[in-house]
Design a protein around this ligand. Structure first.
Ligand code: T4K
Length: 393
């Protein structure tokens, strides 16, 4: 229990945790089930190229998203690239800057120009009025991001895309099992892409899944992610397939999905309870009328109120062996190469990015862990100006 500034590890106290307490610990599911599946794949001597485990995983993900097709990929970044490539998008892609940099890099890697658009401060997702204003004759597509699993303004973006004849895609890396007006994310726009990276609510070590109701698009994507084989019309393909080992983990992790969401939700509620009423600390909330996977517990630290900048709080937590992350800071437009290539000012993005901190959660984090993390945050924010002065920040 931390009682005062002198108890903080940054100033000589004992670290609250002996081992690092991470955010982003994988949901690995039942180990025996994973090993059985791997044994089966080895016995079967079928390791990749659309094997039975990948097919089963794709079917499960398509069902979860409520769409007809899922094309599993080696990761979500490649999934986004395949989508833009398959749709032959040219010119500019309107997208948020408030996302993991992979979203922007996927666009830029294809020689397209990301046009960063500011967010609605209430949702952290694209502001449709600003998207409308950003459309030019060069715009080829809109790429929304369901940040932390909170839905983009899907109806408004669909109307803009229809009016201007634009493709509409979503980066749904965070959004497995989430809904917008009870309709599952993954089923909006022309297609969406989930991530199954180790740090995601369901993981396949590394992996992605492109989901769409468009059978022709799915068939072309399937060819494109396998060198273009079997479909002369798609042009030069690439190798972006998921392996059977990844699908084995994906299926096993999926079996633990409901439990992971339940424990994420309980963790989120406990953080909310523990941090409630703390001046200058606000948890990003989730609409109780929607489903969410509660995989991200994001706190906003208002340095104007706490007298303690988010970065100093991260340092202070790190000294306690709490590995929180500034997801996502800085915004993509403030990182290279975008900062130099396309300088732009996005006040809402910059404000949010400067304040956010992703706290440890997931099945590996106990209730006692959370109480101790909140205890540190309470002490730190109660003595913000003193800590700032003492740290020389
Ligand atoms: N779009 C969005 C909105 C995304 O968030 C992402 C990925 C993508 C697209 C692209 O998806 P992929 O192409 O990756 O499928 C991580 C992940 O590498 C990345 O997948 C993820 N988003 C991003 C938010 O986080 P880092 O560099 O911040 O991860 P790292 O290594 O610092 O780990 C984060 C935390 O997780 C640490 O506290 C440690 C813990 N961890 C990590 C790994 C890998 C574990 O406990 N076990 C592990 O195996 O990027």
């Amino acid at each position: 229990m931390k009682r005062g500034v002198h108890d903080l590890a940054l100033f000589g106290g004992d670290a609250a945790f002996l081992q690092p307490l991470y955010m982003g610990r994988p949901n690995t599911g039942d180990r025996k089930r994973l090993l059985d599946r791997l044994e089966w794949a080895l016995d079967n001597r079928w390791l990749t190229n659309g094997g039975p485990l990948v097919r089963e995983f794709e079917q499960r993900i398509a069902d979860l998203a409520g769409v007809r097709n899922c094309v599993a990929t080696c990761n979500a970044t490649a999934g986004l690239q395949l989508l833009l490539r398959e749709a032959e998008v040219t010119g500019e892609v309107i997208m948020p800057s408030m996302t993991f940099v992979a979203t922007a890099h996927a666009v830029r890697w294809l020689g397209l120009r990301p046009v960063f658009c500011d967010i609605d401060p209430d949702t952290g997702c694209l502001d449709p009025k600003l998207v409308e204003a950003a459309v030019t004759p060069r715009t080829g597509a809109i790429l929304g991001v369901h940040l932390w699993g909170r839905p983009s303004p899907v109806d408004e973006l669909a109307a803009i895309a229809a009016e201007h004849g634009l493709k509409l895609f979503y980066d749904a890396a965070h959004a497995l099992g989430c809904t917008s007006r009870q309709r599952r994310l993954g089923s909006f726009g022309d297609a969406e892409v989930f991530s199954f990276h180790a740090t995601k609510v369901v993981n396949s070590f590394e992996g992605g899944g492109i989901v769409t109701d468009d059978d022709t698009r799915a068939e072309r994507l399937r060819a494109l992610h396998n060198f273009g084989l079997g479909h002369d019309g798609v042009g030069a393909g690439i190798n972006a397939k998921m392996s059977e080992a990844s699908a084995a983990m994906g299926l096993t992790s999926l079996e633990g999905f409901a439990d992971a969401v339940a424990s994420n939700r309980a963790n989120y509620e406990l953080y909310r309870q523990e941090l409630s009423g703390l001046p200058g600390v606000r948890l990003i909330d989730y609409d109780p009328a929607e489903r969410n996977n509660y995989h991200y517990v994001i706190a906003q630290i208002d340095a104007g109120i706490t007298g303690l900048h988010r970065d100093l709080l991260l340092t202070l937590l790190r000294a306690e062996n709490v590995v929180a992350q500034p997801y996502f800071s800085p915004g993509c437009h403030q990182r290279e190469p975008y900062r130099t290539e396309y300088p732009v000012s996005l006040p809402h993005t910059e404000h949010l990015a400067e304040q956010v901190i992703a706290l440890p959660t997931g099945p590996a984090v106990s209730r006692e862990d959370i109480r101790r993390v909140c205890d540190i945050i309470r002490v730190a924010t109660a003595h913000g100006p003193r800590i700032t002065a003492q740290a020389g920040a």
